[in-house]
Each structure stands twice: as C-alpha cells, then as structure tokens.
Design a protein around this ligand. Structure first.
Ligand code: ADP
Length: 373
C-alpha cells in the first residue's frame, strides 16, 4: 500500500510516495518559492499539478494522502480523515500557528482538488501530546484569559516522538505499554518528551515550538519577564518574535545555527561555542531529570533527529554526570556509525540508552494507511 505524504509550507511543497509495507520511498521531491518570481509554481494549486505531472503513472498507485498539519489545538487528538468539517476545524485553530496551519491548509485544498478519488488524512504535530495530564498542560495564568485564547501547553514533534517510542519498544523487545521513555528529538528544532506506556505525559515545547531546549535559532525556555523587559526597551513585537525564533539558540550564542559549526568552533577553542554547548547540554539534563521524576522510573532514553542520530560526542555530553541515575553510554557503541536503531548503553545498565532514527514521512504514511485501511 502506497501513501502520498504532503508537507506543505507557505512557499513550498515537500512530498514523498511511501510504501508502508516495505517502508521504501518510491519517489520524493520538493517545490520551492511558490508564488515568487522564478519559483516552481504560482501557488499551491498549480504546484500540486506540477507534482502530479512529476508523479506520472505512479499517481495511480496512491491509496491515500497523508498531510502534515502543525497545530491541531485541543480539537484533534489523533489523525483524522479529512472532510470539509475537518478543514474548518484546522482553520479554527489557525490562530495558534498563524504561519503554519494556513500553509498546511493550502496544501490540503490543492491535493484534494488534484487527487479527488482517494482519502486524505491529516496528521498533527500536536496530537500525540493531547494525552498530557492537565497538570502538565496548564500554565499558571488567569484561567479565563488562558481559556479565551487557548493558552496552554500543546507540544510538537508528536509524530516523531510517537514513531520513535514505538521503534524503541521494538528494539528492546518490550511492549510499549510497559515502558517509561524519555525521547530526545534533537534537530534544528528540538524537544524532549516523557512517554509513559506509549502516552505523552509531558513535553518541552508549549503553546508554540519556541519553548524548551536550546535549538538552532530558537531560544527555548526563557523567563517570560525577559520578554516584558525587552518590550519595555522599545523592541517591537515583530522584532521580539524574530529575535526569539530566528536569531536565538545556537545562532544567537555563536553566530551559527548549525551544530557541526558550533562543535568545530568549540574544538578550535572558541569560548562562545564552548558556552553554547554547555547551555545546550545543561538544558537537556534539566529535562531528563524532570521527566525521570514525572515518570517515576525510566526504562530508556532515546536519541533521535539530526543531532541525536549523528553526534556521538553530544549524546555523551547530554547525559554526562547522570551515572547515579543509571544512565551510562558505552563509548564504542556510541562511536560506531550506523543508520539503524541501536542500543548504546553498556550491557546490564539499569536504563537503556538508544539511538533511533526518526522518519516523520513514514510515520504520517503509516498513520494514514491505518485510518483508511
Ligand atoms: P530539522 O529540525 O530541520 O529536521 P535535523 O533533524 O535534520 O533538523 O537536524 C539538523 C541539525 O543536525 C543541525 O544542527 C545539524 O548541524 C545537525 N547535525 C547533522 N549531522 C550532524 C553531525 N554529524 N554532527 C553534529 N550535528 C549534526
């Protein structure tokens, strides 16, 4: 069974045709600069026609279309088959993700027009975290204001956290229902999730993907008073938004958002880069400790995404000094390069440490396939 996976941005369409049984990608591609001069198409609708042309006869093999949707608010707790009501529901929560949801909807509208004969499924970045208890999801502000504006923790990267948790259970040969996991999705965007019996019980991102860990360009956690302070210095809201989302994190601390540059600079003796790595690892340990407490036990820590999958030195740094919690890494296992899911803790360690490659497109394809049967 083949699922066509669409990840539609404001000026781009990323797509993959995935066989959910063999897990092979039959075809993939990207349209960029939609609506701009010299771009690949004038808008999402004509872009989707270009994609269909590129698919050629392969289009006939599509059994379902899976769409990545960033924000499902507290309405969508699982993937859903898209109809007009679902489209309206996604539009209704768009104020929570004003850059992303409208772009996702443009892709959905265009794909439903281009491929009217198959079912389309929306898979939400937030849905997996809807299982969080109120204690984890609630911000301690005026409850009327919070309710009126939907201000609560939602969490993101849910598709990845759920997929990686499932793969971790398979690797350990255990039932997900019986496992307490901390999943560290460390990429350009990064988040940590506590997964108890296959359910997210806490996660580091919040109302938006700005909270939590130190990221490529995003600040992660910050005293909300710092925002007030900066606004009072005369910074505009847009400037503050750009500062926190686009000019902070590794970029703000070092001048580069790319972890490889930061590591190279630190190795060359750059003090800013060395501090950035310290802050980055300190924040991860903060969440590992917190989630160990929230879970009341721990079977495994799971590393995934660009940094988590590819940077042994940073995996070691992230868990450095946590031996008293049962967390240890075997240097040889950690250092041997592999594309496969693997254990990097020593045999007999009380807590397993794993590296599990994420695959959000495959996860979306599997979710869509499971829904349409
Ligand atoms: P995105 O969130 O955009 O999907 P990725 O999961 O691809 O991001 O992660 C990108 C990050 O992974 C970048 O900071 C990049 O520097 C980092 N990265 C990729 N390969 C390595 C590596 N071998 N060592 C260290 N960092 C790496």
């Amino acid at each position: 069974m083949r699922v066509f996976v669409v990840n539609s941005g404001s000026s781009s369409i990323k797509y993959q045709l995935v066989d959910v049984v063999s897990e092979q990608v039959a075809l993939s591609g990207l349209l960029e600069r939609l609506g701009q001069s010299g771009g690949d198409a004038a808008d999402h609708e004509s872009g989707m026609r270009v994609v269909l042309d590129r698919l050629g006869p392969e289009a006939a093999s599509i059994a379902a279309v899976g769409h990545r949707v960033v924000h499902g608010g507290d309405v969508f707790t699982a993937p859903v088959v898209i109809d007009d009501e679902v489209v309206a529901g996604i539009r209704a929560v768009s104020s929570l993700a004003p850059l992303h949801n409208p772009a996702n909807l443009a892709g959905i509208d265009a794909a439903r027009l281009a491929l009217p004969g198959v079912r389309h499924v929306a898979v939400f970045d937030t849905a997996f975290h809807q299982s969080m208890p109120a204690a984890a999801a609630t911000y301690a502000i005026d409850r009327t204001v919070a309710a009126e504006h939907g201000v609560r923790r939602y969490g993101f990267h849910g598709t990845s956290h759920q997929f990686v948790a499932g793969r971790a259970a398979a690797l350990l040969g255990r039932h997900l229902d019986d496992l307490k996991l901390i999943v560290l999705h460390l990429g350009n965007g990064s988040s940590a999730t506590a997964v108890d019996g296959g359910r997210s019980i806490d996660t580091s991102m919040g109302l938006t993907p700005l909270a939590g860990l130190v990221m490529g360009t995003r600040s992660g956690d910050l005293d909300p008073g710092a925002l007030l302070h900066l606004l009072r210095t005369g910074l505009s809201i847009d400037e503050l938004d750009a500062l926190l989302n686009s000019r902070s994190g590794l970029l703000g601390l070092t001048g580069s958002a790319d972890m490889r540059d930061v590591m190279a600079a630190a190795d060359a003796g750059d003090a800013d880069a060395a501090l950035a790595l310290d802050v980055w690892a300190h924040r991860i340990r903060h969440y590992v400790g917190a989630y160990l407490a929230q879970l009341g036990g721990l079977d495994a820590v799971v590393f995934t995404a660009g940094i988590g999958e590819n940077a042994p030195a940073l995996r070691a740094r992230a868990l450095d000094g946590l031996g008293h919690l049962g967390l240890a890494i075997d240097a040889d296992r950690n250092g041997s390069p592999s594309r496969e899911a693997r254990v990097i803790s020593p045999d007999g360690a009380p807590v397993a440490v794993l590296v599990v490659p994420t695959n959000e497109e495959l996860a979306i394809a599997q979710a869509a396939a499971a829904l349409v049967g």
